[in-house]
Design a protein around this ligand. Structure first.
Ligand code: PMP
Length: 404
């Protein structure tokens, strides 16, 4: 092939669609409005509008500097101390952990865990299909599709009541073919903020077990809902539910370590032997993808989780982030109810985690942007932690007006 043919070949590649979430931030960055607000982000901000650097991370970083290590490769599945600490955090008290049939592999963020899991499933169960809540984090469908899967949606959000259409969800799961993969948000559902209660989770577990489906639990916000232990309950319940379970988790949010890309994929298998075989195959998947994960974030998390005082510090700092989100939800609801008496904003305090589905439609989101320089996703999802004492009044006024 000569030079000019190659050039024209590549010039036929079309522009990829803009990422819906990052696109909002681009538009926000371009705005020259002095009081512009970006509610479209997927990051925890403190009340000053900053991404926090946690004190426990600062302390771990200082400790690592006192004992510098060469930057050699980590093993394919990451830092052993990190994997052990993550396993203990996620499966605390589980029989499966005691029976040594849980394996945890360090991955590049929660996204990496989902991708490694997806590639693994595609290799061993090419006929399976994937089922994702409607709606879900945008990257879920894209990730599994790019791994080669057909992605289907099960009903979840009930727009009319700003709640969960649980009957429809359960009915859909009843018809998912055996051996298919069902992706579930273990807590703090992104984007709706709406989670199933314990009784409903039991029913979901029942259908999944009865129909022989493979649960893939995604937990990106442990500690942002009701607390570390409470948010992790679903993972522990599934782990001891007599099923093979895949779990993706990440410390992007709970440790405020976004750029370190520090997550994990855990698998609960039937027995220790099956766990070892799955681990060996997952390592192959990683080896042919990025070979081995990055080091620094794993050392930070392992240092914090491996030290009683640093862990206590982390739990306190995580509790403070959670409390700020809860207070902001309450305050925004109160402001909106004061500005628009008689209207129902109770969804704000019924939902949990970083996000709220406000029920605002695309046109109302456009008005927020054009009339108030308040940027958020077309779906009406807002990041509650992007609201702070300096902008809550403006946010409440704007939402009350455009949704009138
Ligand atoms: N799952 C969900 C539901 C998420 O919201 C996110 C992050 N926005 C991830 C996974 C990925 O996390 P990470 O940034 O660690 O890759």
């Amino acid at each position: 092939m000569n030079h000019s043919t190659t050039l024209s070949l590549l010039s036929s590649v079309a522009m990829a669609p803009r990422d819906p979430i990052l696109g909002v931030t681009e538009a926000y960055n371009q705005s020259t409005h002095p009081d512009k607000i970006n509610l479209g982000v997927g990051v925890y901000y403190d009340d000053r509008g900053k991404v926090p650097l946690l004190d426990c991370v600062r302390a771990a970083e200082a400790a690592l500097q006192l004992d510098p290590k060469p930057h050699t490769y980590l093993p394919i599945d990451g830092l052993a101390a990190y994997n052990k600490a993550v396993g203990a955090l996620l499966f605390d008290g589980c029989t499966a952990l005691a029976e040594q049939r849980v394996v945890t592999l360090q991955t590049a963020g929660g996204t990496g865990a989902l991708k490694v899991g997806a590639d693994f499933f595609r290799r061993f169960f090419p006929e399976a299909q994937v089922w994702i809540s409607n709606p879900s984090w945008e990257n879920h469908a894209a990730l599994f599709e790019s791994a080669g899967f057909v992605v289907n949606h099960y009903p979840y959000y009930d727009a009319a009541g700003n709640g969960i259409d649980f009957a429809a969800m359960l009915e859909a799961l009843e018809h998912v073919p055996t051996g298919n993969i069902v992706l579930l948000h273990a807590c703090c559902h992104n984007p709706t903020g709406l989670d199933l209660d314990e009784g409903r989770w039991e029913q979901v577990l029942g259908v999944i077990a009865r129909r022989g489906l493979i649960p893939f639990l995604d937990m990106a916000y442990q500690g942002f809902g009701a607390g570390l232990a409470a948010d992790g309950k679903v993972v522990r319940r599934f782990a001891d539910g007599g099923l093979t379970v895949f779990v993706s988790s990440t410390f992007s949010k709970s440790f405020s370590l976004y750029g370190e890309r520090i997550g994990a994929l855990s698998v609960v298998a039937a027995d220790a032997d099956a766990a070892a075989r799955l681990q060996s195959q997952l390592k192959r998947t990683i080896r042919t993808n990025y070979s081995s994960p990055p080091e620094h974030g794993a050392r930070l998390v392992a240092t914090v989780l491996g030290s009683a005082p640093l862990r206590a510090m982390w739990e306190q700092e995580l509790a403070a982030m959670r409390e700020r989100i809860r207070t902001t939800r309450r305050d925004l609801r109160l402001r909106l109810e004061a500005l628009a008496p008689g209207r129902d904003f109770s969804f704000l305090t019924r939902q949990s985690g970083l996000f709220s589905y406000t029920g605002l439609d695309k046109e109302q989101v456009r008005r927020l942007r054009e009339e108030y320089a308040i940027y958020t996703l077309d779906t009406g999802r807002i990041c509650v932690a992007a609201v702070n004492s300096g902008n809550i009044e403006r946010v409440a006024q704007a939402i009350a007006t455009v949704s009138a």
